[in-house]
Design a protein around this ligand. Structure first.
Ligand code: SF4
Ligand code: SF4
Length: 432
């Protein structure tokens, strides 16, 4: 059995992408799942070949095929090294959306997917309510009680719960407000639109606030654009492309409001969101009402590291020397090809010594909800990343993506390690 006609249409839109593969194998040793398994079907070349065989009708949609494709982290490490221009992210997005209607999932799983993808991510009110409830759970002693009495272990939720960060209760709710540039900034004034994100503006709102402060210090008026919400990345990678595109259209509309906003750079501090915002142009390229708007939107998107590295930024020294190693998020290093700016920014902080870890470009295993869908591979990659990071004897592991940050933090907590994981912008914010 192949995919249904709607799925076939989605796959055909990526057929040229699949045909680009010349089977050279240059991607294999960059691919985390191939590195772990040594299995061709767990590498980019095998995945492209299976997708192509599926669309051409040479291969049936078997559980085996679905498993190998689902094991892909969509980290784009293969994309970054491919000499033929194969782009794995949109290929996987199309593939997952095309096979999702035929996947056998139990009722509880379907219910959870519906709630998360259709009720939570598209509705920031519901999203904030959920994070607020988590905040209450953590602050009222309920968490302590549930852990102490072993209730979480009984329910089989102990590992998932351990992943919860200590969430912020002071959310950053975008209302179109402007944070003014600092007057003593050393560079010409600029105006930027800020992409706040769903997790970043709630659970990790302290990082969003730090980003705004740093942008103000870099001489920017920062507009916290009203009407924005989730970027849709988790929906797209989870097989719900239509909800992801609805979120993309909503985001584009929000950032098009009033004249001057339509041309400002859109600054984003989450690598995963930034990669998705950049991909709007690709995902909506065949939609006549949205193609040019999506292209204009994506052209404005800049990761905070790239934006800040291009502007003079007054930095003060830390009171004591800090040894930092940088964990580069896949969606920054591979999907957006941003590798040097975060390193340069970290190196420019007086008192920071930046030490490179081995295999810095290998995925940490977080990859959206991969740690929930593929816990075994995710943990293997997490442990490998932590082992590599800790060989540098760091005080801090700096990163630029919420998923990596939470994943590594939970691994270090488990090891009782005193090493901190910080978003790079927090270090810049503190260096004043
Ligand atoms: S590097 Fe690109 S062209 Fe070569 S095998 Fe991998 S995906 Fe195919
Ligand atoms: S996106 Fe990452 S995990 Fe998937 S095939 Fe490419 S390198 Fe491997």
């Amino acid at each position: 059995m192949g995919v249904r006609p709607e799925g076939q249409t989605l796959l055909l839109a990526e057929y040229d992408n699949m045909l680009s593969c010349i089977r050279c194998g240059q991607c294999l040793t960059s691919c985390p799942t191939y590195v772990l398994s040594g299995n061709e079907a767990e590498g980019p070349r095998g995945r492209v070949a299976m997708a192509r065989a599926l669309v051409e009708g040479h291969l049936a949609l078997t559980e085996d095929l679905v498993r190998h494709e689902q094991n892909c982290l969509v980290c784009d490490a293969c994309t970054a090294v491919c000499p033929a221009g194969v782009h794995m992210d949109p290929l996987q997005v199309a593939l997952r959306a095309s096979i999702e209607p035929q996947r056998r999932r139990g009722l509880p799983e379907r219910l959870v997917r519906h709630l998360v993808f259709r009720r939570l991510f598209p509705n920031m009110g519901a999203f904030r309510l959920l994070v607020r409830l988590i905040w209450l759970y953590q602050r009222t002693g309920l968490q302590w009680l549930a852990r102490t009495l072993g209730i979480l272990r009984l329910l089989g939720l102990d590992k998932t719960e351990a992943f919860l960060p200590r969430v912020s209760g002071n959310f950053l709710v975008p209302r179109g407000e402007t944070y003014p540039a600092e007057t003593n900034a050393g560079s010409a004034k600029a105006t930027v639109s800020f992409f706040a994100g769903c997790i970043m503006s709630t659970a990790l709102a302290g990082i969003d606030r730090a980003t705004i402060r740093v942008l103000q210090r870099a001489g920017c008026d920062v507009i916290n654009v009203d009407g924005q919400g989730c970027c849709g990345a988790l929906n797209a990678h989870g097989g719900d492309l239509s909800a992801a595109l609805d979120l993309a259209r909503r985001t584009i509309t929000a950032f098009e409001q009033d004249g001057h906003r339509a041309t400002t750079p859109i600054v984003v501090n989450s690598a995963g969101c930034g990669a998705m915002l950049n991909d709007y142009a690709h995902h909506l390229r065949d939609d006549p009402g949205w193609a040019s708007r999506a292209a204009a939107f994506s052209a404005r998107v800049q990761d905070a590291t790239t934006f800040l590295a291009s502007r003079p930024l007054p930095l003060g020294a830390f009171t004591k020397e800090v040894r930092v190693t940088y964990q580069e998020p896949c969606h920054l290093a591979h999907a957006q090809r941003v590798r040097q700016p975060p390193r340069s920014l970290l190196q420019s902080i007086p008192g920071v010594t930046l030490v490179e870890m081995p295999e810095s470009s290998l995925c940490c295993g977080s990859a959206g909800i991969y740690n929930l869908t593929n816990p075994v591979e995710s943990r293997q990659l997490q442990q490998r990343k932590l082992d590599n990071a800790l060989t540098t004897n760091p005080d801090v592991i700096a990163t630029a993506n919420p998923g990596c940050l939470l994943h590594l933090q939970s691994g270090l907590t488990e090891r009782n390690s005193p090493v901190q994981v910080r978003h790079f912008i927090e270090l810049i914010d503190e260096a004043r």
